[in-house]
Design a protein around this ligand. Structure first.
Ligand code: CU
Length: 318
């Protein structure tokens, strides 16, 4: 199990890269995302001071640059599909084009193998041997969890200065990654200090290989959840946290395999739950804060990585 898990992060990242390859093939979207300037920048709301990121089918609207330190995002899904955004921090001197170029060969080969029925472990071996060495210095630095159409999520995280990519790699029913349709965008985090502070939390969630540990009672109403990343497995993608509301006939058993894009139908919309946001992975030792509003019903906290290995926590709100 350990060997399999160690490879999962690298394989999960391939969702990102396959999407980038699609972008490269299309040329237009890659140019647009790289320049950043052609997309309308969402203006910050005067009422809450959060950095606004808007998802549409298929684009991410956000500022071109923001200050570093504790920052608060508000991610709003104005599309008709479920979306998220991850924040990839690029190593010093590495550009979006380097990222695309470095990934093209290995991920193309890995995908080809998977489509022919190869195993995840075999695909992981291709990636481990083929990716450029700087991939080890690529950091996943948070972002918004899965968010259903018409919903939004507010969260705070501490971001260092650097060059980032925002990406949604949820897939359509035909297997097309959203980033391949335009949901990829560059973001610069400057040396200027945002000056924000983390909010006070009344619920705590801790992510580790032991699962999702929750402290506090998720009653109906508004909560601020502190998400602690106690450990992250080796690799480029780690544990994250999404809040799923389960409607009539929807089950955790259906949801778990959906979280893995490499499974048949995995990460393909329509999602088998109504996602109410969450926070993407950050390195071990970080804490992020996410605002949630609960009403009576059935829910689950769930991680994209490791959901089938215990990182799922169903709960009921009375
Ligand atoms: Cu999307």
């Amino acid at each position: 199990m350990t060997r399999t898990r160690a490879r999962l992060p690298a394989i999960s990242l391939s969702a990102t890269l396959v999407a980038l390859l699609s972008l490269q093939a299309a040329c237009g979207p890659a140019d647009r995302a790289a320049s950043g300037g052609e997309q309308a920048s969402a203006s910050a709301s005067p009422t809450d001071g959060a950095i606004q990121v808007v998802a549409r089918d298929y684009a991410l609207e956000a500022p071109d640059s923001i200050a570093s330190g504790w920052v608060t995002f508000r991610f709003e899904n104005q599309g008709k599909e479920t979306h998220f955004f991850v924040l990839h921090q690029l190593p010093e001197g590495i550009t979006m084009q380097d990222y695309i170029d470095g990934a093209a060969g290995p991920f193309g080969k890995a995908m080809e193998l998977l489509q022919k029925g190869g195993t995840k472990a075999e695909a992981g071996k291709i990636l481990a041997e083929g990716l450029p060495s700087w991939f080890a210095d690529l950091h996943e630095m948070g972002g918004a969890g899965l968010t259903a159409p018409g919903h939004s999520v507010r969260f705070s995280e501490r971001l260092p200065a650097g060059h980032y990519l925002l990406e949604c790699y949820v897939k359509n029913a035909d297997g097309t990654f959203h980033s391949g349709l335009g949901m990829l965008r560059a973001l610069t985090v400057t040396d200027a200090q945002a000056g924000g502070e983390p909010p006070s939390a009344d619920l705590d969630v801790t992510l580790s290989s032991q699962g999702i540990a929750v402290r506090g009672t998720p009653t109906a109403g508004e909560h601020v959840v502190a998400v602690h990343y106690r450990e992250q497995p080796a690799g480029l993608v780690g544990y994250d946290l999404h809040l799923a509301r389960l409607g009539e006939g929807q089950t955790v058993e259906q949801l778990v395999p959906w979280m893995d894009w490499m499974n048949v139908g995995g990460l393909e919309v329509p999602a088998p739950a109504t996602f109410l946001g969450g926070v993407q992975e950050m390195p071990a030792g970080h804490t992020t804060y996410v605002h949630v509003t609960l009403t009576p019903g059935s829910y689950a906290w769930i991680s994209e990585l490791g959901a089938d290995q215990g990182l799922v926590h169903p709960f009921t709100v009375e």
